[in-house]
Design a protein around this ligand. Structure first.
Ligand code: SF4
Ligand code: FES
Length: 215
């Protein structure tokens, strides 16, 4: 693991990963009613120091790229380059708390309405700790709390989790502020959690917008 970890989006191709951030397979752990409980880390993978993760969804060697994207993949980046805080919708909570949400970053991981509705947990002082956890779990950083004007970012490890359930492949959850660089060499805003598309169909490339959940 090195200090120059970064992920570079390549033109109509894979994500190139540098600096050896720990790479895991993982999934959301759910309860008997199908409600999201927590992120569960599975097998750790040990690829080469520099490696390519598939983002077109067609590789036969997932999560790694096998070159299948050359058969036709339009991976044009469409995500906004401005800051999250400026474009997020704001919902007022209790005690100086705001709930920020950018719907374009929602991957559908379901923590915001699992056992508690986040709209309710931000309304009571005694459930603020639950709201903080819901935001930290929110896969792509769609939800974030702001308290007294300051964004609350939980301390998350620098790592990559390639997510999937038995029936669906999910996005690549990147935590800990690993920088994401566009194919044009410019960096996206650094955040402590982002979710990168790996089905090749997001309408907010390179970030997941939940499109993999739709047929
Ligand atoms: S990604 Fe975030 S906003 Fe979307 S369902 Fe999951 S917790 Fe809710
Ligand atoms: S990006 Fe190369 S096979 Fe998917």
């Amino acid at each position: 693991m090195s200090d120059d970890m970064r992920i570079v989006v390549t033109k109509d191709g894979p994500y190139m990963v540098y600096g050896s951030p720990p790479l895991f397979l993982g999934a959301v752990r759910i309860d008997g009613l199908g409600r999201s409980l927590e992120w569960k880390k599975g097998e750790r993978l040990y690829p080469d120091e520099i490696y390519a993760l598939c983002r077109c969804g067609k590789s036969k060697n997932k999560p790694f790229c096998d070159g299948s994207h050359v058969n036709g993949f339009d991976g044009a980046e469409t995500a906004p380059r401005d800051g999250y805080e400026g474009r997020a919708n704001i919902e007022k909570g209790t005690g100086g708390m705001d709930l920020l949400q950018d719907p374009a970053l929602c991957t559908g991981s379901g923590f915001c309405h699992a056992q508690h509705s986040i709209s309710k947990t931000v309304q009571k002082e005694k459930t603020v700790h639950i709201a903080k956890q819901q935001c930290a779990d929110c896969a792509g950083g769609s939800l974030t709390l702001r308290i007294d004007g300051k964004l609350v970012e939980e301390d998350l490890p620098k790592e990559i989790l390639v997510t999937a359930t038995p029936r669906k492949e999910g996005p690549i959850r990147v935590t800990g502020g690993i920088p994401i660089e566009s194919e044009d060499g410019k960096a996206y805003e650094v955040r402590n959690r982002v979710a990168l598309c790996r089905c090749g169909r997001s309408g907010n490339m390179p970030f997941c917008n939940g499109r993999h959940l739709k047929a």
